[in-house]
Design a protein around this ligand. Structure first.
Ligand SMILES: Nc1ncnc2c1ncn2[C@@H]1O[C@H](COP(=O)(O)OP(=O)(O)O)[C@@H](O)[C@H]1O
Ligand SMILES: [Mg+2]
Length: 358
């Protein structure tokens, strides 16, 4: 029996998505193999062990007011190898064999939790510190992917001090660097779930997009617009990763916004994607190339476009802890290939236990 800590919630604006993913994991992890230690992190960063968790309460957010919550933290002290649980005025140590940080975005998918787990010597699901940090920051991802030969959208980078000093001048410089080819996509480098992402159709739109994006991040990426299918590929493994088949998201809104992702049931999901067989193979090959170049381990979902005009494959971004509900794209892609959700959890835990993370 392995003590499997499931970290959920967290500081980022993807807190709710994390709770939904954790609910599915708690419902599906094989209880004959794992002793589950659900650890909820509130939006303001308080940590609680939620023993005998009700998965539905994890999903709804009601867990936060459960009377049975016990304050608990992950100790970096390797002798503890787990949690310090503060019960009835006393501190007890609870061993953790392996951890699944089901956290998205800031404070969870960006290398921070991975750093703590690395110090603690606790194996964990997903990429290590450097790969997580580089995958979280879209400008750093771009710099790595530039060296792989995988195509990505042309881009420019805007920095907050420049924009604060001279908003119009900064926007003009970017517009010129992008050859005034509207529409452009404006996005905070380290956001997620499309928060702060905007499409700009003209100079005023660019200015507005930059203003909004700088609310979320000190670095903003401005990209060439890629008109194509939105394609996602799940990658699994350590030194010899495998790629799933390829899925497609067909949002009915102008692009795949936060609302389209979580509130709009009309977005369609196709597995396999509605693109030619050769394009699917290119995506699978490029997904592994990007994954390997970033030094990922465990899992990641690698997202692309397949252009309508000529079927070219263009890398968009990588998510090292992708949405993980039983109906999320990542598990569904592997389920399509015959790997069930509970078996996928087993595989991820086995990969985590295999050697050290980053
Ligand atoms: N260069 C681009 N061309 C066209 N659409 C884009 C581009 N970049 C982003 N998008 C749209 O914005 C959405 C969110 O952007 P993305 O880079 O995936 O950031 P996030 O991390 O927030 O998911 C994408 O799913 C896509 O719909
Ligand atoms: Mg995305």
């Amino acid at each position: 029996m392995l003590a499997l800590a499931v970290l959920f919630g967290g500081l980022s604006n993807e807190h709710d998505i994390s709770c939904m993913s954790a609910c599915s994991i708690l419902q599906n992890a094989d209880r004959s193999k794992y002793h589950l230690l659900p650890i909820g992190i509130t939006r303001d960063g308080r940590w609680f062990l939620y023993e005998n968790a009700d998965p539905e309460k994890v999903k709804s957010g009601a867990w936060e007011t459960e009377p049975g919550l016990v304050p608990a933290v992950l100790s970096p002290d390797r002798a503890a190898h787990g949690l310090l649980v503060m019960r009835d005025g006393r501190t007890e140590t609870v061993r953790v064999d392996v951890c699944f940080p089901v956290l998205h975005g800031f404070g969870g998918e960006d290398g921070t939790i991975q750093g703590l787990l690395t110090l603690a010597g606790i194996p964990f699901v997903g990429p290590g510190v450097a790969a997580s940090a580089n995958a979280m920051d879209k400008s750093l991802t771009k710099a790595v992917v530039d060296r792989t030969g995988v195509r990505q959208a042309a881009y420019d980078l805007a920095l907050r001090p420049d924009f604060a000093r001279d908003p119009e001048g900064t926007a003009r410089r970017i517009e010129t660097a992008m050859d005034k080819k509207y529409p452009l996509f404006v996005k905070p480098c380290s956001s997620g779930s499309s928060v702060g992402v905007a499409r700009a159709d003209d100079f005023d739109g660019l200015l507005a997009g930059l203003t909004e994006a700088f609310r979320w991040d000190a670095k903003v990426l401005v990209e060439e617009f890629i008109d194509g299918h939105e394609i996602e590929c799940a990658v699994l493994g350590n030194d010899d990763p495998i790629a799933s088949t390829v899925g497609e998201i067909a949002p009915t809104q102008t692009f795949y916004t936060f609302d389209a992702k979580y509130n709009d049931a009309t977005s369609q999901l196709y597995i396999p994607a509605h693109i030619p067989a050769e394009a699917i193979e290119t995506v699978r090959r490029d997904a592994i190339r990007v994954y390997t170049a970033l030094g990922c381990r465990g899992l990641s979902r690698v997202d692309f476009f397949c252009t309508y005009a000529d079927g070219e494959i263009v890398f968009n971004e990588i998510n090292t802890i992708p949405g993980f509900t039983s109906i999320s794209m990542y598990p569904k892609l592997f389920a399509h290939g015959g790997l069930s959700y509970p078996a996928l959890i087993d595989r991820l835990v086995a990969l985590a236990m295999e050697g050290t993370n980053g």
